[in-house]
Structures are given as C-alpha cells and as structure tokens.
Design a protein. Sequence first.
Length: 267
Amino acid sequence: MGVEKFWATNLKFLRTRKKLSQDTLSEQLGMSRSKYNAHENGQTQNPPVDDLIRISDYFRISIDNLLRLDLSALSAFKLRELEAGGDGYRSGNQLRVLAVSVDKDDRENMEYVPVKAKAGYRAAFNDPEFIAALPKFSLPNLPRSGTFRMFPTTGDSMLPIPEGSDVICKFVQDWHDVKPATLCIVVLKGEQDFVFKQVTFEKDGQVLLASLNKIYEPYRVPVAEVLEVWAFYSYQTREVPEPETDMQVMAKAIKEIQEDLRKMKKN
C-alpha cells in the first residue's frame, strides 16, 4: 500500500463528520464530484499535490496526517487539536521525547531549572546537553516511577503557594491524562517560557490557564503553543505561613456551613 494509506478513509470520515454530501463538498473544494469520488473511494493513486493542498486547507489538517493517520481512531479532542495545528505523531505514549540526565547508578536525576535558565529552557528543553548542565537534586521519598523536575515560581498569582517557591513536578507524557484544573507547570512557546497554573485541556483545542489567586483572570492558549506539561507534586519554600486572620477563619466557617447545607439538600 502506498503512502496514501488512510487518504480515502480519512476523506470519507471527515466529510461525514461535517455531515456533507459528496456534491456539497466537491463544490466547496472547487473540483468535480467524480474527481472527489475517486479520491474517497481509493481510486486515485498518488493524489495530485494541488488536491492534497486544497483538501488539507479545507479540513485544517496537515497532509502528512491525512495520508498516514487513521483519523477515525482518534478522540474528538485529538481531532480538534490537529485542526488547531497540533501534530498527530505527538500523541499517546509517543507524545514527547524527554531529555533527562542520570546519576552514576543510571537513575534519573531531578534537575532544577533556575531563574537564570528559564529563558533558555524553552529553546533547549529537549537538548540532552542543556539538561545535563542543569543543577541536580535528590529528595527522599520521591516516587521512583516517573520523571521529576523542579521549577522556580515568580509573582503572587498562585497564592497561597508563596511567591518564589520552588515547585516539584512530574512529567506528563500524555496530556489527555490531565484532569481539569490540575496544578501544572506548562512550558509554552513565545515569550512566556513557562507558567504555573491550574490547567484544563478543553475540547476546542484550547488550554485554560487559571491562577489560584482569584485577582488574576484565567486565560486560554492554543494547544499548539504548549511544549511540555509537568504536574504539580510538592513545593519548597523558605517562608513560614502566616496565621489565618479572623476574616479567613470566618470565611472558612461559612464555606463549611454552605457545604453542609448542600449535602443536606441532596439527602
């Protein structure tokens, strides 16, 4: 079978997903129905480049994914991610290849990304030499399963986690495993380097990033802007927590009463 392994079945799948007839779709693509029908029925060997580009632009899915991925086997979330510019070959357990360093006993180190290295991390996060040059730590009782890394935080957007804390996170290989509002370090393209937020992967190919400090408004970025996700495990801080104010104690008591009332109504 040629490189166009899933070309025909993908066309039919995408067309029926949009609830379009062959007549309607061929008209929108600017080609004859018979020509489109030949594509969809697998009668076209080595589809012309012009047709590949036209159909790829229409469905907003790369030519490579149209030819080589069985789109019908993907979740609705993954399809929307592809339409938003994601890479189909970065899914599931093959999502990302993580650069790590190991100690003399061939055990993974926990690297620390200091503030001065934040700007360079985005460009070199998958460079083994860069990762090997980062400071390394070992903490007792850290789970042996998984890869952990420590990141510094700045600003007060994640209070009550103190400003300037160092957060320890576990690498997330498959982003579909991230439950809504999970605390994560998210490494982004562009100027932000990485952010520490409550993370929700939405069905429309967007990622909702929310702060614990409600003064800050949540915002969204496209999935295609995300490079790495690290789920929160614990944090280190030199600050001693301040005792709760009378207002905080009162607010907590009111919240507990409201929760009790909700439970009583359910029963």
